[in-house]
Every structure is written in C-alpha cells, then in structure tokens.
Design a protein around this ligand. Structure first.
Ligand SMILES: Nc1ncnc2c1ncn2[C@@H]1O[C@H](COP(=O)(O)OP(=O)(O)OP(=O)(O)O)[C@@H](O)[C@H]1O
Length: 622
C-alpha cells in the first residue's frame, strides 16, 4: 500500500491513558501466543461484515450502492514484511475511528488491563473477551495502519496510523472502497506471519467458523457454516469444541453444551455453552451477556441484553429464531412480548438440561455448581418465573452428607423424619465451625437433618425462597423454632423458682446486650446459646455487617437461652448468692462464648480482662 498523498493533513492524537497502559504491556511484555492477533483482527472483520449484512437487509438505502462480496482477504507480503487484513464490512467514520481505536469504554476491560499488568502474560488469551482485541496487533507489528471507509453513503475514507507508543496519527484517505483494511508492518522477529502456510494454519485453528469466506492471497481457506442450524448427529465433537472457541473467544473447552431445536411455540435453533471458568469470580467485574441472536443465520444483534435472564449471563453461544423480524430494533428487542417468549422457552429448556445433567452425572454437576452456583442463587432470588425450577438445582452440604458432598433440597425432603414439618439450615464459616457449635444439639437429638450454608448470601436465598415443596425453610438459629424437647438425660434441671430468679438476675447483669433471656429446650451439652428473634437481623447478616465494620453489634436483638440442666448454669445459680462479683463475670463470659459460637465478634479486651479475673479467683480459692 503506497504512502498516503494527503499526509500533510494528518493530525496527531494522544491515546487514552488506559490504551497507553495496555499498549505498553502488549508491546513490551507479551511474547508468547502472539498468533492470537490474527484471530482478533479476523473476528473484528467478521463483526463488521455481520453488521453490514444486517444493515443491508433492514435498511437498503443507508447501506450504499457498492456491490462488493462480503469477505475477508488476508494479503501477505514477504518482501515488505507486511500482513494485511481487509474486509468489506461496515467500516468506520473518522469519529468512530477515534472512539474505537483510541479509547476503551468498558470498565471490565480496564480491570482486565490492571490484572494483565499484575499477572504478566498469563491471561493474554482473554484479550478478545474484554473488547480490546485490536491492540493485540502490536504484539507483532511495529506500526499499524488502518484504512477505512464507512458504509454510509457519502462517507469519506480515513487513515489511522500508530507505532503503539503514546499517540496515533489520523487523516483523510482517498480511493477507498467500503470496509476496513488493517496493515501490519511486522516486527523483524514476526516475519513468520508472512508465510501462507503458517497463516492458514492459524486460521484453521482459531477462525474456521467465521461465517464469511476468508481468503489468504486469494485462496479461500475456510468453509462457511452455521453449525447451529445443522442436525445434531452430523456435527462432530471436534466441530462443537472449535465452534465454542470461536464464538466465546475461548482457548479451553466448554463444561457443558446444549444444542437444541424447537418448532413450537417458536422456531428456534440454539447452541449454548457453559464455560469452564467463571470470570466474575476472578474479579473481572460483572459479565456481559454472551449469546448472539440470529435470524436464519443473519446476526441480528451480538450479545443483546434481555435475550436471556440476567442470571444466565455466563452462557455463550447462538440463538437463531425465524420468528424474530429482521428489523426488530434494539429497544423493542428488550421489552417485546416476542423476546419474553423466546426467553421463557430457552430458559426453561436450559433448566431442564441442567436437571438432566445433575441426575446423570452428579459429580460433573457439582463442578458446575461450585463454579456457577452463585448465578443460580441469584436467579432464585431475582427470577420469580423460574424460581421453583431453580430451587431444585440448588446444592448444599448438610449434616447427612459427607464433607464436600452435596445434597439437593428434594433429596433432603425425601430423607425427612416422621413428624418433621420444616426444612432447616444453618449458616457458618465452615463445616467444622457449625458442627462444634451449639446449634445442632437439638437437631442431632431428634435426628433432623440440617443444611449447612457457608456463604452469607445463602441465608438470603433460602429465606427469599421461603419454602420448598410445601415445607418451610427455617434457619436453625431462630428463637421461635418448635423442636421436640430434649429428654435431658440424667441431670436434674434447676427448680422453677430458682431458674426464674436466675433469669431475672441475668437480665440485670447483661443489660441491653440480650433482647430476651429464657430457659432453653434445645440444648444438651452446651450451657447456653444465642438465637435470633423474629423480625431482627440474623446472625449471618450481622456477620456481613461486622465484616464491613468490626464494631457493629446488633445489641439487644437476640435471645440468650440457658440450659437449666447444665452444671455450669446450676452452679451459677448458687454462686450469684455467694460471690455476686465473680458470678457476674462468669455470666458475661458465658454470654460472650455464645456470641462466639454464633460466629460473631466480641470485644477481645473486655473478654481477656474478664477471663483473668475468673482465673485469679479460681486459683485463690484453691
Ligand atoms: N475491521 C473493522 N471494521 C469495523 N470496525 C472495526 C474493525 N476493527 C475494529 N473495529 C471497531 O473497533 C472497536 C474496537 O475493537 P477491539 O477489537 O479493540 O474490541 P471489540 O472488537 O469491541 O471487542 P471484542 O473483541 O470483545 O469484540 C470494535 O468494537 C469496532 O467497533
């Protein structure tokens, strides 16, 4: 490509700070997997061609008169050491060039750049998923020229040039046809990318599903196919995997795949994938939707919002429906009745698929659950339509499972004992912490199973769900639970009057720390327990608040239940008459121990001083 004769009209512009940072990493520290630059450029060309195809179908006039084949041409020039990717897609206006190749808008992308900076080359493969794929060209090019003319009638051509340092040049260009031509002036050590065989191999590896012809020096190297429209039996495993890599910009294999067709109530061909990793968990911010909408193989919209419920944003793939009018606008797509029906059919089908998977291969489903369970929990809380189906897919450990093994709520219900009306759950930081605490005592005694939840969000999910198969879901630390009373074993309880005056005294000693003090029917081994009064913050919620503010105390909102058969409590009843000072310390310490068992924080200084006082008096008494 000859130099631009209008060069003196060019202006120089600075890149946005994030682009500079990204380029700095790309140019100076990424040396492996460099060939992905080609996948990124081809994928940008394919997007531009899809957009043009769509525009030309719905808006013929705006699409201009040039009748060019929709294709991607790659030209290699070993003498000049250049590689050019040219397409006849939608092209860019000058403003679009500045916007698209000078700035980064997504907050997720900015986060990605920060991570990339910290992790080095490890995650470079994800570059395309974060909307910054174009810049990977600078891994192999010392200078990049972009010549482009928008499809809009009367649009002028322009050129963008940069060597990947802090700025780029921008100016007019004449004699361009519609589309974009990206010319890479390769670095000396990237000469291999002018070899036709090498380039064809990269295309076969990463881009074989691009739905437009890709030509290398004039020779077509891919077979254009809409794999999702084909019969399931005719698609090979290999093709499915390759297509996933293409559509999701992924480099690994998917965890699950669902390929289905439906004729009623809507005609649908869908190919959906669940990835192996949940990028939200790596701190990349909220995922964007990842499924494309097609109508008879024409891309209507890439990753539209509202095609699937929000909580399915981890899915990748394609949905093709003949019933979607080609000219549906983005706004109407979001709230049309048609979109709602499409969403309902596909979500229902996917949930059915998940329950089949859970039944057929529970181990693999556990893997899915551990990675993506958080999205199903989100759905349970936010998606009223699918709440009941989602509830069946929830998984937890419980007092009946082995450590690390999971149970469903349906399995729990099947195991319920005669006389058990409700489903119980308890939140704690770990299995060990829950099992050595006082909350399970009454449940162990009557043989009722308790679900263990480890994430604070779980209590919210189960409380929002409220019930499952007609059984109430109740937190095991609720003060109002009606459990069969324990038989109490050998120990005699405190007699009624003594118990009552101990309770009155405890109320005085504890002041506004405890909302209520009462005798417990749910303890065998522990002297006391804290339970949650209805309508007040639960302990797991309080833990969340304490994580943010360590001094947070939901004082006065818990019931302090004492075990009238426990030796310590019985001894306390007499000690308060003999030595009220020491008895007060002991009472407060028992209370603090119950707070700790509830997983909540106590004031460590007060506690340490108090324990010294108690220790001192035991030693002095000897
Ligand atoms: N060949 C092209 N034709 C038209 N526009 C292009 C072309 N290449 C890039 N662009 C524009 O530049 C933008 C930035 O490209 P870049 O590869 O950095 O990110 P992206 O393509 O938006 O992200 P992703 O790779 O996740 O799709 C694109 O969104 C597109 O608008």
């Amino acid at each position: 490509m000859p130099a631009n004769p209008l060069k003196e009209q060019f202006e120089t512009r600075e890149f946005q700070a994030e682009v500079k940072q990204l380029l700095d990493i790309v140019v100076n520290s990424l040396y492996t997997e460099r060939e992905i630059f080609l996948r990124e450029l081809i994928s940008n060309s394919a997007d531009a061609l899809e957009k043009f195809r769509y525009e030309s179908l719905v808006n013929r006039e705006a699409a201009g008169g040039e009748d060019l084949p929709l294709e991607i041409s790659i030209e290699l020039d070993g003498r000049e050491n250049t590689l050019t990717v040219a397409d006849t897609g939608i092209g860019m206006t000058r403003e679009e060039l500045v916007e698209n190749l000078g700035t980064i808008a997504h907050s997720g992308s900015k986060q990605f750049i920060r991570e990339l900076k910290e992790n080095g080359k490890k995650d470079v493969n994800l570059i395309g998923q974060f909307g910054v794929g174009f810049y990977s060209a600078f891994m192999v090019a010392k200078r990049v020229r972009v010549l482009t003319r928008s499809y809009r009638p009367g649009a002028d051509g322009c050129e963008w040039i940069s060597d990947g340092s802090g700025s780029y040049e921008l100016g007019p260009a004449e004699g361009l046809r519609r589309g974009t031509r990206v010319i890479l002036e390769l670095k000396e050590d990237a000469r291999e990318f002018t070899g036709a065989e090498k380039v064809k191999e990269i295309i076969r590896q990463y881009s074989s599903f691009v739905p437009f012809p890709i030509k290398v020096n004039g020779e077509q190297v891919n077979t254009v196919q809409a794999i999702w429209m084909r019969n399931k039996n005719e698609v090979t495993e290999e093709e499915y995997k390759e297509f996933y890599k293409y559509i999701a910009g992924a480099f690994d294999e998917p965890l699950y795949r669902l390929h289905f067709t439906a004729d009623a109530p809507l005609t649908i061909n869908a190919l959906l994938y669940v990835p192996k990793q949940n990028l939200e968990r790596f701190g990349f911010g909220r995922l964007e939707p990842g499924v494309n909408l097609y109508c008879r193989k024409v891309l209507i919209q890439q990753h539209p919002e509202g095609l699937l419920p929000d909580w399915l944003r981890f899915l990748k793939g394609v949905i093709d429906s003949e019933d979607i009018p080609l000219n549906i606008s983005r706004e109407t797509m979001q709230d049309s009745a048609l979109a709602a029906r499409l969403q309902k059919v596909i979500t229902g089908r996917f949930l059915k698929f998940l329950s089949e998977q859970a039944r057929e291969d529970p181990e693999k489903y556990s893997e899915f659950w551990n990675t993506f369970g958080i999205f199903l929990k989100e759905g349970t809380v936010s998606d009223f339509t699918h709440r009941n189906d989602l509830a069946k897919l929830l998984r937890f450990e419980s007092s009946e499972t082995e450590p690390g093994k999971l149970t469903s709520l349906s399995e729990y219900v099947e195991r319920m004992k005669d006389g058990q009306k409700d489903i119980y759950f308890i939140n704690g930081p770990s299995r060990e912490a829950i099992e050595c605490g006082p909350y399970l005592e009454a449940f162990r005694a009557c043989g009722f199973e308790v679900i263990y939840t480890y994430e604070p969000v779980d209590d919210f999910v189960l409380s929002t769900l409220g019930e499952f198969e007609g059984k109430k879901l109740l937190s095991a630390d609720n003060a109002a639970l009606e459990l069969p009373a324990l038989d109490g074993g050998q120990e005699e309880p405190l007699d009624g009057n003594e118990l009552q005056s101990l309770i009155t005294w405890l109320k005085e000693v504890l002041g506004d720390k405890a909302g209520e003090v009462k005798s417990s029917r749910r303890l065998s081994d522990s002297p006391a327990i804290l339970t949650n009064l209805d309508g007040h913050m639960t302990s797991s919620m309080e833990r969340v608040m304490q994580a943010v503010n360590k001094d947070f105390r939901a004082a006065g909102r818990k019931a302090f239940e004492i075990n009238p058969r426990h030796r310590l409590i019985k001894r306390l009843a007499s000690l308060r008459k003999e030595n009220p000072g020491l008895a007060g310390c002991v009472a407060e310490q028992i209370y603090d121990n119950a707070v700790i068992s509830a997983g909540l924080a106590v004031n460590p200084r007060d506690m340490v001083e108090r324990i010294y006082r108690i220790l001192e008096s035991t030693l002095v008494d000897r």
